[in-house]
Design a protein. Structure first.
Length: 274
């Protein structure tokens, strides 16, 4: 789908590096169709060696060579970088942004262009091709633009399309979600250690259990409650634990966490827009 299209990646750091790797490994584009841009020349040499991409420390030069522009600098650098690129981005470019809390309207305004903008909220498991990304079309982006963005993020995991206002909730759910599960894995590990399992083994068992449970949900398509009921023996161990987890509010606390992170994302978006 993206054959013959050049992609400028502005801010080729961790997340963008994962996208570059995904796109090249999946043969979505050839390495030399990507122009990676950031300030550190040494980091660019590494990217060039690893993925065969072209590189530039000059954002405008990178944009001039591209059909698609991926904006991946930190939100606090967004205004500076978009100011620099205003005038270089043309309406024919597709702009894809992964910058948290920066709306498509703010991007169009800062770049002073009325071409298509697609906003995405990926998460860090993109680094291991197991990402969960939501994409949203800005005012001038059509289905074909969304399809190109879907191809980019599809190279590193699952992609869903939602209306832009839902991206704050996505930030609260899958964007921040890996952190909640790291805490779950750590806590389950401690539980195993408390009950006598060596820490390194307990950590492996806990992580693989989270991975395996997620895989079962995704691959069977069964409701998690059905999978839970299937392994809950009457009078057994799992139901005994379920009672404790329910009485301590496990599900409510996770719902509250997603809600709190969503509200914080909404606040940060408003601050950026001011
Ligand atoms: N990490 C996540 O879980 C996650 C999830 C969703 C969205 N995001 C979004 O992804 C974006 C990138 O996050 P990240 O974790 O990948 O950060 P990162 O590793 O710091 O990447 C940002 C890159 O931008 C480069 N940069 C800074 N100033 C620049 C400039 N003036 N021109 C060109 N490049 C510049 C930096 O490299 P130099 O210093 O060499 O220039 C850095 O490598 C953020 O906007 C974040 O909101 C992250």
């Amino acid at each position: 789908m993206l054959k013959n299209q050049a992609i400028a990646v502005i801010g080729a750091g961790h997340m963008a590096g994962a996208l570059i790797g995904g796109m090249v490994r999946s043969k979505l584009v050839r390495g030399k169709s990507i122009i990676a841009a950031r300030r550190s020349a040494n980091a660019l040499i590494e990217l060039q060696k690893k993925w065969g991409v072209r590189t530039s420390t000059d954002n405008k030069k990178a944009v001039a060579l591209a059909d698609i522009i991926i904006l991946a600098v930190k939100p606090q650098m967004a205004k500076t970088v978009m100011e620099e690129l205003a005038g270089s981005v043309r309406p024919g470019h597709l702009v894809i942004s992964i910058m948290a809390g920066v709306t498509t309207a703010a991007i169009s305004k800062a770049l002073r262009v009325d071409g298509p903008v697609v906003r995405a909220m990926p998460n860090t498991p993109c680094l291991v091709d197991a990402g969960a990304t939501a994409i949203a079309a800005g005012a001038h982006a059509d289905e074909a633009d969304l399809a190109r963005a879907e191809a980019v993020f599809g190279s590193v995991g699952l992609v869903v399309t939602l209306p832009e206002p839902a991206l704050d909730a996505v930030t609260g759910l899958s964007g921040s979600g890996p952190v909640y599960l790291y805490m779950v894995i750590e806590a389950m590990t401690d539980g195993g250690v408390k009950m006598g399992i060596p820490r390194a083994i307990a950590a492996k068992l806990a992580a693989q259990t989270v991975f395996g449970a997620a895989k079962l949900v995704l691959e069977t398509g069964k409701h998690p409650a059905v999978l839970k009921d299937e392994v809950t023996t009457p009078g057994g161990c799992a139901i005994t634990a379920i009672h404790v987890l329910e009485s301590k509010g496990l599900r409510s606390v996770l719902i509250d966490g997603v809600e709190a992170a969503t509200k914080r994302s909404q606040e940060l978006s408003r601050l950026f827009a001011e």
